[in-house]
Write a protein of this length. Structure first.
Lengths: 135, 186
């Protein structure tokens, strides 16, 4: 009969697989972050180039007025729609966090009366990731 | 090219970049946590109605899993799942403790606990797919079709999700131990 693999062999295989996964993961994180920050760098470069072209010709106020002045009414409505979407989304999110902070502690306290050994998710009071767990 | 048009485009693209990399991800994480909190709360009420004991092994195991996912959900990514599934193909994850705990429950309770467990798996799968804004744009319309990617089969297969959860948990516990072992500096 074939001998079953020993505990140490299994543990080594697991550690080996963990290490392999970690190595590949580190590489993909680098690639992902390169795309993310590379995109931002390209945007920054374009911004810089357009400002360089305008340098000496106009003041910042002129640039602002020209940009606003060039916007067509139809484009303006679209910008307004986009910006209001942002404001609405961020506002709703903050409101939800405040609501969690206000209502959840009472619910948890009541649950603890029924189940004294109640376990927690260890998120912050407003339901966000603990600062130490972020990375 | 007109520099004013470039400036306008850059500002708009920056807004989009911020949305895709920060706001969208935060929103999906919140939605994922919301799904898990809903399951956890329902499970609590189920136990509070004396359908299952709070210290039952199946209850505590599922609750602990939900808590871990709530805490470390931001670590789950599609890329990590694919990496783990490919690098850990030959490693056998021991599902016996969960199955043993479930087998001790009466049939009705077991069915309900399986339902909670399934909802957790659906939430994980949904989070993994919708986490990327571009994936969401592509995949969301397809969900209108019936069972587009045999998702039900994936959800019914506990190994896929649980393996990832287990490995994430192992890694995190190990890191936490290492963090605790580090000397405290002033």
């Amino acid at each position: 009969m074939a001998k079953p693999p020993s505990r140490t062999t299994v543990d080594n295989a697991v550690i080996e697989a963990h290490l392999r996964a970690k190595r590949i993961d580190s590489f993909t994180v680098i690639v992902r972050d390169s795309i993310k920050w590379g995109g931002l760098a390209v945007l920054g470069y374009w911004m810089y180039k357009s400002v360089v072209v305008l340098a000496g010709q106009t003041t910042y106020a002129d640039i602002g007025f020209r940009i606003l002045g060039n916007i067509k009414v139809s484009d303006g409505i679209l910008y307004l729609f986009g910006v209001s979407g942002w404001v609405f989304g961020i506002g709703q999110s903050q409101l939800r966090r405040k609501n969690i902070k206000r209502t959840v502690p009472a619910k948890n306290a009541l649950e603890r009366i029924i189940d004294p050994n109640r376990t927690s998710s260890n998120l912050t009071d407003s339901g966000t990731t603990q600062p130490g767990d972020e990375i | 090219m007109n520099p004013y048009i470039v400036l306008k485009s850059v500002v708009t693209l920056f807004s989009f970049w911020y949305c895709v990399y920060y706001l969208w991800r935060d929103y999906r994480l919140d939605a994922f946590r919301e799904d898990l909190f809903a399951v956890r709360d329902e499970m609590f009420l189920y136990a509070a109605n004396k359908s299952i004991r709070f210290d039952d092994r199946a209850y505590t195991m599922l609750r602990t899993r939900i808590n871990d996912m709530l805490r470390f959900g931001h670590w789950f990514t599609m890329t990590r799942v694919i990496i783990v599934l490919t690098t850990h193909r030959k490693i056998d994850i021991n599902l016996n403790p969960w199955e043993e705990a479930m087998s001790r429950l009466p049939l009705g309770v077991r069915k309900q606990m399986e339902e909670f467990d399934k909802r957790v798996r659906v939430a994980v799968l949904q989070y993994l797919v919708y986490q990327s804004f571009f994936r969401y744009i592509v995949m969301r319309p397809l969900t209108l079709l019936k069972n587009p990617f045999h998702a039900n089969e994936v959800i019914e297969e506990p190994r896929v999700v649980r393996m990832v959860e287990q490995l994430e948990k192992d890694a995190l516990e190990q890191e936490e131990e290492e963090r605790r072992a580090e000397p405290v500096t002033a």
